[in-house]
Write a protein that binds this ligand. Structure first.
Ligand code: TYM
Length: 342
């Protein structure tokens, strides 16, 4: 059986990177996989969250899943803290994972920054909880943006070490699914930095709830260079954009990759369409496309969040369905470890 698990943190400012790198792919994949989509509130509190905002953001991420087209009947949608198996399995994985593995995690280094001593212990063991999320469902596939690749590698190592140490094949080794030209959407102001929820300036990102004027304004002011748009001759033989080209003009290729992803075009198609044009015309076309694609999702999110009772009902039902899958897996793991049960 092929099963997907993925999650998004309810930390506010859901943006185009979350949509193109993850949520949009959840929608596409739900037809081919048994799919579980989580709002990872336990992960969110690894950095301080105001309690009232955390609740609102949990509903907002749920609304984004639904508005983008995730079907709550076909898929399981729930918030992580409802299913206690995540925390319990994470503890076992804290004892399976090695400190050396955690020390290599670039996301911890980025998030903790210069104040490592002051970061929460939860932020440090974040990847073990993420491994528990995935493995509690024996998920085989995990759709994520490129920035989560290292955490996925960590989860694979945890699965393998657990199975090896306890001499039982309890967990499958999950594969990442990293899709399309926008698996790494960059900041609108600096094409070498990832578009991020935590960037202080809102001008660096397009939020899923931005209205048409805001999108137009942000794209108009997005950083570009002085050249015209390149043609398809920059691509390699397999039609991919070489890293060297991207490094030379990071802002230009970031905007083009956003266009390609939103329009469902290949690199070749998008480069052929805009070859030789200036940024002003291209930004106009990109604005129109972004408004066309994001506008309906943003207004549907708005409508859904106006009815929190319906969202809460979906999360509750999703939590019950999720627990039915995760609890037996947790039991199997505890049994392998040698915990006395029952
Ligand atoms: P989070 O909330 O930071 O991001 C949610 C998803 O959005 C993707 N993403 C991006 N994709 C492309 N370009 C960007 N600029 C960009 N920014 C974010 C992320 O790759 C992610 O897929 N650790 C995860 C949450 C998580 C999880 C899990 C994911 C917890 N448990 C289990 C998969 C499976 C995270 O930080 O998400």
């Amino acid at each position: 059986m092929k099963r997907i698990f993925s999650g998004v943190q309810p930390t506010g400012n859901l943006h185009l990177g979350n949509y193109l790198g993850a949520i949009r792919n959840f929608v596409a994949l739900q037809h081919d996989y048994d799919s579980i989509y989580c709002v990872v509130d336990l992960h969110a509190i690894t950095v301080w969250q105001d309690p009232a905002e955390l609740a609102a953001h949990t509903r907002q991420v749920t609304a984004a899943y639904l508005a983008a087209g995730v079907d709550p009947e076909r898929c399981i949608i729930f918030n992580q803290s409802r299913v206690t198996a995540h925390s319990e399995l994470a503890w076992i994985f804290n004892c399976v994972a090695r400190i050396g593995w955690l020390n290599r995690m670039t996301q911890f280094k980025e998030k903790a920054g210069k104040h490592k001593e002051n970061a929460s212990a939860g932020l440090y063991v974040y990847p073990a909880l993420m491994a528990a999320d995935i493995l509690a469902y024996k998920a085989t596939h995990v759709p994520v943006g490129e920035d989560q690749k290292q955490h996925l590698e960590f989860a694979r190592n945890v699965a393998q070490k657990f199975n090896h140490d306890y001499g039982r094949e309890v967990f499958p080794v999950p594969d990442p699914i990293i899709m399309g030209s926008a698996a790494r959407v960059m900041s609108l102001r600096d094409g070498t930095k990832k578009m991020s929820k935590s960037e202080p300036s809102d001008m660096t990102r397009i939020n899923m709830t931005d209205d048409a004027d805001t999108i137009a304004n942000k794209l108009k002011r997005a950083t570009t260079d002085t050249g015209t748009l390149p043609g398809p001759d920059v691509l390699d033989e397999s039609g991919e954009l070489p890293e060297t080209a991207r490094k030379e003009r990071p802002e230009c290729y970031n905007l083009l990759s956003i266009y390609a992803a939103l329009a469902d075009l290949s690199w070749r198609e998008v480069l052929t369409q805009f070859e030789g044009q200036g940024f002003a015309a291209f930004k106009g076309a990109l604005t129109e496309l972004a408004v066309e694609k994001l506008g309906p999702i943003g207004s549907e999110m708005q409508r859904l969040t106006n009815d929190p009772a319906e969202i809460d009902r979906i999360l509750k039902r999703g939590g019950e369905r999720a627990a039915e899958i995760a609890n037996p897996v947790l039991n199997e793991a505890m049994d392998a470890v040698g915990f006395l049960r029952g």
